[in-house]
Write a protein that binds this ligand. Structure first.
Ligand SMILES: Cc1cc2nc3c(=O)[nH]c(=O)nc-3n(C[C@H](O)[C@H](O)[C@H](O)COP(=O)(O)OP(=O)(O)OC[C@H]3O[C@@H](n4cnc5c(N)ncnc54)[C@H](O)[C@@H]3O)c2cc1C
Length: 433
């Protein structure tokens, strides 16, 4: 019987395993060095915040795997011998495969800062990071301040987590405004204000120089690159982005760039080896998407796609229109299609903001054809299917604005400011560039 081995029990590896099982009786083994069972990485923050226990982040009961004949193996894969189709483990074990799926996810970036390997310096990615945070920052008596380095989606989640335990936070952001390489200026500035309203010491245009330890090897403070200021702290959170977790592959003959290079069928350059999820890098980017997509739903889609191919129905990975969502403290953010920090050539932005400074929308559209290209919404929850349909139908901006209530989950709530959005549009036919 053909043996399918999957390295990584995250959303991509587990989706592949489940779908291969649905489609076949192949032998399946899923390997992870991190946890016995699949858990939802995106829910880790809620464990620290006390909203759920770690067990609640596991979408399947523990009996599910045996019942579905999916073997789980705990262990760290040290290398892949592609000639003999064998995996070698750090503890000396080995495992033969017929087909291999690499689904090893990401790891937090470290940029060689002095002190970056001290105890109490951590990313916020793995289950072990959560355990470390619980150990070094259990409360504001043991941990007087945390410095977070890197202003992306994980950094702001970490700030919210610490805030929930009243632990003071200094947040170092390299950019001149929060996430302004992705968000248009007005949105990014609204989030700056929102972060500060939560009593976070937000430092923009600020880089970490080094982390200083005391005589016992514990973190004492950090030094800021630009000013030399020393900020006393007990914990440092490194959240300056993630990179594919593929160091163990680098010496093999599997082609890598930043991630494991794959074609549209998620096949690597080596026969019978595939890569999916955060660790996969498309040889050529799909539309405007990045070649590496470190988001939950694309991992799931890749898992479903590769399962089809492995079970004999060779299938291309086609993720459709881009969408994503996140949360900045109390403000929910959704994006559909493409809204760039600065509109693309021949595009413009229509922007509207509520005067409570927690809700806004930005729509990117083509100036010549008036075609809708994408929307960012903050504090207003919208329906994915509606925007997906409008993007496919290439609707015009006017149509989108006139029908925006259709896309809203809560029409009563939306009615309270619908007329203001339309008025703003009809008044200005505004172009914010
Ligand atoms: C705090 C946080 C919040 C997030 N929030 C969101 C969100 O709101 N929305 C969203 O879309 N995305 C979010 N993401 C990103 C999302 O979680 C990832 O894109 C997704 O989990 C990646 O899934 P994956 O299966 O590719 O890899 P992973 O989930 O990283 O799983 C890979 C597994 O492989 C294991 N592994 C790696 N190397 C080896 C080896 N050599 N041997 C054995 N095992 C190995 C790893 O330990 C890990 O268990 C968030 C990420 C984090 C960290």
């Amino acid at each position: 019987m053909e043996h399918i081995v999957i390295i990584g029990n995250g959303i991509s590896g587990i989706t592949a395993a489940r779908h291969i099982r649905k489609l076949s009786n192949k032998k399946i083994t899923v390997i992870s060095a991190e946890s016995d069972y699949f858990f939802s990485r995106t829910a880790l923050m809620y464990v620290y915040m006390g909203h759920m226990k770690f067990e609640h982040t596991q979408p399947y009961e523990n009996w599910f795997w045996e019942k579905n004949n999916i073997h789980l193996k705990k262990g760290f894969v040290k290398s892949i011998e592609t000639q003999s189709k064998t995996l070698l483990f750090a503890n000396g074990d080995s495992l033969a495969y017929d087909k291999l799926i690499i689904a090893t996810g990401s790891k937090p970036n470290k940029f060689g800062w002095p002190g970056q390997d001290l105890k109490g310096v951590m990313g916020m990615y793995h289950k072990q990071d959560l355990e470390n945070l619980e150990k070094y920052a259990p409360n504001n008596k043991i941990c007087k301040r945390v410095v977070i380095v890197g202003g992306g989606l994980i950094g702001i989640e970490l700030a919210e987590m610490l805030n929930s335990r009243n632990i003071p936070v200094t947040f170092l952001v390299r950019e001149s405004s929060f996430w302004n390489d992705v968000l248009p200026e007005d949105e990014s500035e609204m989030i700056n204000r929102h972060i500060k309203n939560h009593h976070i010491d937000l430092r923009l245009s600020t880089n970490l120089k080094e982390i200083i330890s005391d005589e016992n090897g514990q973190i004492k403070s950090i030094i800021i690159e630009e000013t030399g200021e020393e900020i006393p702290c007990d914990v440092v959170g490194l959240t300056a982005g993630v990179t594919p977790n593929i160091d163990f592959i680098k010496d093999s003959n599997i082609e890598t760039g930043k991630g494991v290079k794959v074609n549209r069928y998620l096949e690597t350059n080596v026969k019978d080896i595939y890569a999916i999820g955060d660790c996969a890098e498309q040889l050529e980017a799909i539309d405007q998407r990045r070649p590496i997509e470190a988001v939950w739903y694309t991992g799931r889609m890749m898992g479903e796609t590769v399962a089809q191919t492995i079970c004999g129905n060779r299938m291309e990975y086609k993720p459709g229109h881009w969408f994503n969502s996140a949360k900045f403290f109390d403000i929910e953010y959704q994006t559909y299609g493409w809204v760039f920090a600065k509109p693309k050539e021949n595009h413009a932005h229509f922007h509207w903001k509520h005067n409570d400074d927690t809700k806004c929308i930005t729509i990117e559209y083509d100036k010549s054809s008036n075609t809708f290209k994408g929307i960012n919404t903050f504090g207003i929850r919208m329906k994915h299917e509606t925007f997906d349909k409008w993007l496919t139908e290439k609707r015009e901006l006017d149509y989108v604005l006139e029908n925006l209530s259709e896309a809203n989950f809560d029409p009563e709530f939306y009615k309270t400011f619908e007329s203001r959005i339309l008025k703003s549009y009809h008044k200005t036919k505004t172009v914010v560039v």
